[in-house]
Design a protein around this ligand. Structure first.
Ligand code: GTP
Length: 595
């Protein structure tokens, strides 16, 4: 146990975490040159293309230092806000953290929020300036930021380059010296922390965990405490580049367990594994049920794909327990599902996986968060669907989720960032200058305001420089209304949105204007209206046009006439019929991207 070092890497997106991890694997010969591909740890195709780590992984490296064998367990963490709970559990499994900061970029929002997590968990922090090979690296400036932030001395900060390998040997030595060995009682009842899981179509769900106390042997009967599931440990072992089976895992070890678990739901990140007989006293602190934060309707573009979509959803949920779905139907879009996601990125990933892995094209409705509705009768329930909002007269009050948002920006953009946040009903709670030209702003903001287009806007007003992170803090009362869109008096349920009363007018007007651009002229006038309850708050009209596709067919060639009609029918397939109005698919998507 004294020669084990469990550590993770915390970094803002793109600061070079994966590249540096690859370098560590190479230097410790965990991976041979031949096996060395760029970014080994990102093994999903999608991850590679997006260049972001979606699922966290762990890998064991053996390293000889001054005649002693060391076991270095690197626990990789995902870098996006949507997956912050997974990050928190990975951090809880470690004793040390490499804090990687891009020497050309300096500290960003995520560096800070992950760092706070690491400090809360008492991890030894090793600050590393990465990308030192780049000519525009500004090590002194970024060092000052790091010193300010964690109060270390300049000598404590390492300099490295994941690209050239500079500083990597010294980094390994520093890990051995500085990261404490795990503490725990090998004689105590078994207590293991699950920090991640993956789904394998042949072996079921594989849980990754750290043994906090006691030891686990192959064949033991174990119990997952939060889910109460009991299983036989069919295979346990260490995580090298591949799984490496072992007979025993001891206190401080990081490894995996396979026990014929069929669905991802049975393995919860943050859960505790113990023995069925002689269990430990309780769950390891910090367990939380991950709950979806963002909800949207997902519909097949071609209604014939509904059954395929259902099958795909089932499959996706097998390996992604944070995805929830339930059947929903819409007059405009037909049958589909109301899905719950961790955040917007998660939603995009699911959409893309449906397309790539299952070849199903889907339409997603305007996303919203979930609200707590209190009725006059004293009832209380959650609403995560515009159609779930009861009659205004029945509602006493509604509560919405609130987040604490952290934004780091150049001080040049502070004015624009402030007005954006205020427009999104944010309240500034803290302002902190990291250096003379970089400022950290903390806002309390409704989550519902950022699921929309906040992040894109923030990026564009700050020319890509502002970084952003958030966590949920609670609920507050909100004046929430349902905004409906009507086409020739007919409500388009798929375009309804839950929105704050103060924003309804502007939003309604913009949707109407956008729809006017997107709905082609038809053989009659089309009234586009936005309404809150019975009150129309905006209106546009698409003027009629007469279009007869067969007009070109003078003469009586019936086969040619039929061909043209067929062609028109095909075009119609990409349209949805709402009452007597045809609406192109892209209109549904366009409301998401109002500018
Ligand atoms: P996420 O997984 O999205 O959090 O990103 P990451 O932190 O793992 O970053 P990644 O390793 O994917 O690197 C981001 C980009 O920076 C890639 O284009 C790398 O090639 C580049 N990069 C990483 N390290 C270095 C470095 O030391 N020097 C230079 N010049 N480029 C680097």
């Amino acid at each position: 146990m004294k020669n084990i070092r469990n550590f993770c890497i915390i970094a803002h997106i793109d600061h070079g975490k994966s590249t540096l991890a690859d370098r560590l694997l190479q230097v410790t010969q965990t991976i041979s040159e031949r096996e060395m591909k760029a970014q080994v740890l990102d093994d999903m195709d999608l991850e590679k293309e997006r260049g972001i780590t979606i699922k966290s992984h762990a890998i064991r490296m053996d390293y000889q230092y001054k005649g002693e064998e060391y076991i270095l367990n690197l626990i990789d963490t995902p870098g996006h806000v949507d997956f912050s709970y997974e990050v928190s559990r990975s951090i809880a499994a470690c004793e040390g953290a490499l804090l990687i900061v891009d020497a050309t970029q300096g500290i960003q929002a995520q560096t800070i929020s992950n760092l706070y997590l690491a400090i809360e968990n008492d991890l030894e922090i090793i600050p590393v300036l990465n990308k030192m090979d780049l000519p525009n690296a500004m090590p002194e400036v970024v060092e000052d930021q790091i010193i300010d932030l964690i109060g270390c001395s300049r000598e404590d900060i390492l300099r490295a380059s994941g690209k050239t390998g500079e500083g990597v040997d010294f980094l390994l030595e520093t890990i051995i010296h500085k990261v404490p060995a795990p503490v725990g009682d090998p004689k105590a009842p078994l207590q293991c922390l699950i920090f991640d899981s993956v789904f394998n179509p042949f072996r079921g769900v594989i849980a990754y965990f750290k043994v906090v106390n006691g030891e686990m042997n192959k064949g033991d009967w174990v119990k997952f405490m939060a889910t109460q599931g009991e299983y036989k440990a069919e295979e346990i072992g260490f995580l090298r580049l591949n799984m490496d089976p072992a007979k025993k895992l001891s206190t401080g070890d990081v490894g995996y367990i396979i026990c014929s678990i069929k669905t991802a739901k049975e393995v919860k990140v943050g859960d505790t594994i113990t023995h069925k007989e002689n269990p430990c006293e309780g769950l390891i602190d910090g367990f939380e049920e991950v709950k979806p934060m963002v909800f949207a309707g997902v519909y097949p573009i071609d209604s014939e794909d509904y059954e395929d979509l259902r099958a795909a959803m089932e499959k996706l949920q097998l390996n992604d327990a944070s995805l929830t779905y339930e059947p929903e139907s819409s007059a405009a879009l037909g049958f589909g599902f109301r899905c719950g996601f961790l955040g917007l990125l998660h939603m995009e990933i699911i959409q893309e996986r449906l397309d790539r892995e299952f070849s199903i094209n889907v339409i997603t409705t305007v996303p919203n968060v979930s609200y707590i509705v209190h009725t006059h009768k004293g009832e209380e329930y959650e609403v995560y669907n515009p159609s779930g909002l009861p009659e205004v007269t029945l509602v006493d009050y509604i509560e919405e989720p609130v987040i604490q948002a952290q934004i780091i920006t150049k001080s040049d953009y502070i004015g624009q960032v402030m007005s954006l946040c205020m427009e999104k009903r944010g309240v500034l709670s803290h302002q902190n200058y990291l250096t003379t030209d970089r400022v950290e702003l903390t806002f309390s903001m409704p989550l519902g305001e950022i699921v929309f287009d906040f992040y894109d806007k923030l990026k564009s007003i700050s020319k890509g420089y502002a970084s952003f992170d958030y966590h949920q803090t609670g609920h507050q009362r909100a004046k929430l209304v349902r905004l409906d869109i009507l086409l020739n008096g007919e409500m388009v349920d798929a375009l309804s949105a839950l929105i704050h009363f103060d924003n309804a007018q502007t939003f309604g007007r913009r949707v109407c204007e956008k729809l006017k651009e997107l709905i082609p002229r038809q053989q009659f006038d089309i009234a586009i209206q936005a309404a809150v309850g019975a009150k129309i708050i905006s209106r546009e009209t698409v003027k009629a046009v007469r279009k007869d596709v067969t007009a070109k067919c003078y003469g009586g060639d019936i086969s040619r006439k039929r061909k043209l009609l067929e062609k028109q029918k095909k075009g119609k397939k990409r349209m949805k019929q709402v009452g007597n109005v045809e609406v192109p698919q892209k209109a549904f998507l366009a409301v998401l991207k109002l500018d």
